[in-house]
Design a protein around this ligand. Structure first.
Ligand code: 5AD
Ligand code: SF4
Length: 473
């Protein structure tokens, strides 16, 4: 089960779903079941939803058959993600026929994008709730219970759910997500997010720090600070006496304890600053790992994507990262087959993969999203078979690099935070290195939440294999 959490973590960009078990009172009278799709922010939003529902007397269940309320927290990023959700909703509609009192709600980005369409045309669900409207869930449930149309898709300029303490779902008790901002002000032409999650807003740093400290005191040893674009985090306190940028925030969280690892995601190449890189260098417990989506290696395509940087600028950024943080792992998102992409543009993307040699890459074929700048301005003119072939080429080249990245660690002794028991064997534990690589090693007398030095003697494509050689605490 523990590795399921990490699987979700890694696959969140593939539109996978998961139905969590919550660490909470299972005796509560009413039960809700929630499935989450899409990015880490969405998974964290489900934990906020769980907290709001718990206040209303709902307990979480892993079994939808015993639920009074079924919620799907949805993703709109690619068409395929939406198709998966639709299929699932159709299944729940069938199930509801035998259980008339059951309420089914759609949350998240699809709710925001399709609004009342779900209630009017498709009659698939009882409730439609956008990402900024979760506080109104109790009222919406009451409305739906009386058979009224139950919808709130208002986007907010202020909502950050700062005061809500998320109920950790399917938690391993060691690693947790903490949202630091919501929304996005970048207008990447392919992306639906600015439309589904609204304007960018930063959460009060005091509430972020308090949440991270509380997690640490409850035994958690790693927090991942989440935002669509964390490097543009910016908070001015109420009396205008202090401004806090992302580097400042990162430092504050890192100072909670040297035993608390800090990660963050996602960085926009245009916004990540030297100050952030130096802050990372200064604190051992800020993991040396940056997710830096390139999207394309061609300056012409980057321009059409409205990414506001060139190929050369991105290369310089990677060089800067390697200068300040020589050991830093890099991961990326890349899209093939964007509108008008030529073989030459594609070659630029291949060359970029070769240059950056990413430790991890999430690779996608372009999927046109209604309402986006690209859908309005350009034609989705690359045939599916060409997109598919280009994607295979990118995936193939990346496989070489990720395997190389694993092999580089063979022979090294690395610091590992233990997250739990290995999926394969009860006699083994697994954890992660600073660079986010999974390490499996014999359990001996170690336990989750501990740091150990592990000597790596072998690897597979996705896992380092080793033996613990020193206990750190
Ligand atoms: N088609 C394909 N991939 C997309 N992404 C965002 N929008 C689209 C789209 N329309 C990818 C980007 C982004 C990641 C989360 O999903 O690479 O960084
Ligand atoms: Fe999907 Fe983007 Fe919404 Fe996350 S923000 S759920 S990736 S559409």
């Amino acid at each position: 089960m523990l590795e399921t959490v990490n699987k979700v973590h890694d696959e969140s960009r593939q539109g996978e779903a998961y139905a969590p078990a919550a660490e909470q009172d299972m005796t509560l009278a009413k039960k809700f079941y929630i499935e989450s799709y899409g990015c880490q922010m969405n998974f964290n939003d489900s934990e906020i939803v769980a907290s709001i529902l718990q206040q209303e007397g709902y307990g979480a269940t892993r079994n939808f058959e015993e639920a009074d309320l079924v919620l799907l927290n949805t993703c709109s990023i690619r068409e395929k993600a939406e198709q998966t959700v639709r299929k699932r909703l159709t299944e729940f509609r069938k199930f509801k026929r035998d259980k008339p009192g059951l309420l089914v709600g759609v949350l998240g980005c699809m709710a925001e994008r399709l609004k009342s369409k779900f209630l009017d045309e498709e009659k698939l669900v009882d409730m439609v709730v956008g990402p900024d409207a979760y506080r109104t869930l109790p009222a919406l449930i009451s409305e739906a219970e009386t058979g009224q149309k139950s919808i709130n898709v208002l986007l907010s300029r202020e909502e950050t759910y700062a005061d809500i303490s998320p109920v950790r779902l399917d938690s391993n008790g060691i690693t947790a997500f903490v949202s630091i901002m919501r929304g996005c002000n970048n207008m990447c032409s392919f992306c639906v997010v600015p439309f589904t999650r609204g304007r960018e807003r930063s959460r009060d740093p005091l509430s972020i720090e308090a949440e991270a400290r509380d997690l640490f005191e409850r035994g958690y040893r790693e927090v991942t600070l989440l935002g669509q674009n964390v490097d543009s985090y910016y908070y001015v306190n109420d009396d205008n006496t202090e401004t806090i940028n992302f580097a400042n925030l990162l430092e504050r969280v890192a100072l909670i304890s040297p035993l608390l690892r800090v990660r963050f995601s996602t960085s926009h190449p245009k916004d990540i600053t030297d100050e952030v890189l130096h802050t990372m260098a200064k604190h051992e417990n800020i993991c040396k790992y940056i997710h830096l989506p390139v999207q394309s290696g061609s300056t012409r395509i980057l321009q059409l994507m409205n990414r506001t940087y060139t190929r050369e600028w991105y290369i310089k950024k990677v060089e800067r990262i390697r200068e300040i943080l020589p050991e830093c792992a890099l991961s990326t998102d890349i899209i093939v087959g964007f509108c008008t992409e030529t073989e030459e543009d594609h070659k630029d993307s291949m060359d970029m993969m070769e240059f950056a040699r990413y430790d991890l890459a999430y690779m996608f074929a372009y999927s046109e999203r209604p309402g986006t700048l690209a859908a309005r301005r350009y034609q989705d003119d690359i045939p599916e078979d060409v997109k598919k072939r280009r994607l295979t080429e990118i995936v193939t080249i990346h496989r070489v690099h990720s395997l190389e990245a694993m092999q580089r660690d063979v022979g090294k002794t690395l610091k590992v935070l233990i997250e739990g028991e290995s999926k394969r064997s009860k006699d083994d534990l697994f954890g992660r290195t600073d660079q986010n690589k999974v390490v499996v090693f014999p359990r001996e007398n170690y336990a989750k939440g501990q740091y150990v030095m592990v000597k790596v003697h072998d690897c597979t494509a996705g896992t380092l294999l080793g033996t613990a050689v020193e206990f750190l605490g």
